[in-house]
Design a protein around this ligand. Structure first.
Ligand code: PLP
Length: 376
């Protein structure tokens, strides 16, 4: 599918077909496509789009991040242009600070296209040997946290099986890491500025050693950010640069997003977490009631505005269990949904935006219609 334009909760393809979008720029466009903020940000183009020299917006972004989002971390942040880059820098920083090389990551997690984190041709075996894959949401993982690990990286909510009841697992992980001298990196690329102002860390009461942000913070422009505790970010001789890092367009966008959710926060904010989280609850409750009442072996999992349909009625603890239980042809289901005018991206993640309030009942109706047709 080739998209030619997008507005509010809709995308339009080259054949002029209009779809409700549930990807929303892989979770970036939380306000909606073509929103007021994007239009204001576009004005910055007239002042130059790239200087590769520090700009005045960055100072304000750092101050807002420190004051409102990560008060326990340093006021120095590393800026880059994507979530993948942010995680790569976070891992480099953790390795430099601890002088250890091995990184733990969780099965079913996604941290971007980083060598050693993906199953792909072209990744050196030596890179993979420096990564330890841990079982997600299973206590057995704690015995695998050995002091040879520099850091463990985790998304507060995994897009592959978004679970809101993950808080006690995350808190235990934080405690175990601390006691074993392993840094905790929370990857808030998807959850940051989405689940709450302070992302998953606010929701679950976490205080990581290093945190990464991206997506929503860029207001539709490319961004990645690393924050860390003071003593960690001060590690000398660690490289972070990049031509587009902290470019004025992305920094202006981040400033606008942060201002909207902090100093200008009100009932009328462009991003309203109460409304977004209510929307997620509504979506899950309505569909799960329908699935249960009609004996469909499907459930919607989610936390806040992050959702995923799981093709099983059995409880799913993690991605491994999901894969073993999901037997139905989901591709066929999503193809029919597309024909019905509802787009779900290949990763299956349904990211709701402020604009989905207007289309929520339509979305639910389309899903029910297809489920009834193919009787899962
Ligand atoms: C949790 C998480 N981490 C990292 C990334 C990678 O970010 P990007 O695609 O901006 O490189 C993503 C993107 O989907 C993500 O969801």
């Amino acid at each position: 599918m080739i998209i030619t334009r997008a507005q509010d909760a809709y995308i339009v393809d080259e054949h002029n077909h209009k779809y409700i979008d549930t990807s929303m720029g892989s979770g970036s466009q939380i306000i909606g496509h073509g929103n007021i903020l994007s239009q204001q940000i576009a004005k910055q183009i007239n002042h130059g789009t790239i200087y590769s020299i520090p700009n005045h917006h960055t100072k304000i972004v750092s101050r807002l991040l420190k004051d409102y989002i990560t008060p326990k971390l340093s006021n120095s942040y590393i800026f880059c242009s994507s979530g993948t880059e942010a995680n790569m820098r976070a891992i480099r920083l953790a390795r430099a600070y601890t002088q250890k090389e091995k990184i733990g990551r969780f099965h079913g997690g996604w941290h971007g296209g980083i060598d050693g984190f993906i199953e792909s041709q072209g990744v050196p075996v030596s890179t993979e040997q420096n990564i330890q894959i841990l079982p997600y949401n299973e206590d057995i993982c704690f015995s695998m946290l050995t002091p040879e690990l520099a850091a463990v990286i985790i998304e507060p909510i995994q897009g592959s099986n978004p679970q809101s009841g993950i808080g006690s697992f995350l808190k235990k992980l934080e405690k175990e890491c601390k006691s074993k001298g392993i840094l905790l990196i929370t990857d808030e690329i998807l959850t940051g500025f989405r689940l709450a102002k302070g992302g998953g860390c606010e929701l679950f009461g976490l205080c990581p050693d290093i945190v990464t942000f991206g997506k929503v913070l860029g207001g539709g422009f490319p961004i990645g950010v690393v924050g860390a505790k003071e003593e960690i970010i001060r590690t000398p001789n660690v490289f972070y640069g990049g031509t587009f890092s902290a470019n004025p367009l992305s920094m202006f966008a981040a400033k606008k997003i942060l201002e909207d959710i902090t100093i200008n926060e009100s009932e009328n904010s462009l991003i309203n977490y109460k409304k977004l989280n209510y929307l997620g609850e509504y979506f899950r409750k309505d569909l799960n009631t329908f699935f249960m009442d009609n004996n469909h072996s499907m459930r919607v999992y989610g936390c806040g505005s992050i959702n995923r349909i799981i093709f099983s009625d059995k409880p799913v603890r993690n991605r491994k269990e999901r894969d073993s239980l999901e037997t139905k042809n989901q591709k066929g289901f999503y193809e029919l949904l597309l024909k019905e005018g509802l787009f779900v991206n290949t990763n299956g993640i349904i990211n709701l935006s402020m604009c989905h309030m207007k289309v929520m009942d339509k979305m639910i109706h389309k899903i029910k219609k297809i489920v009834n047709e193919i009787r899962i």
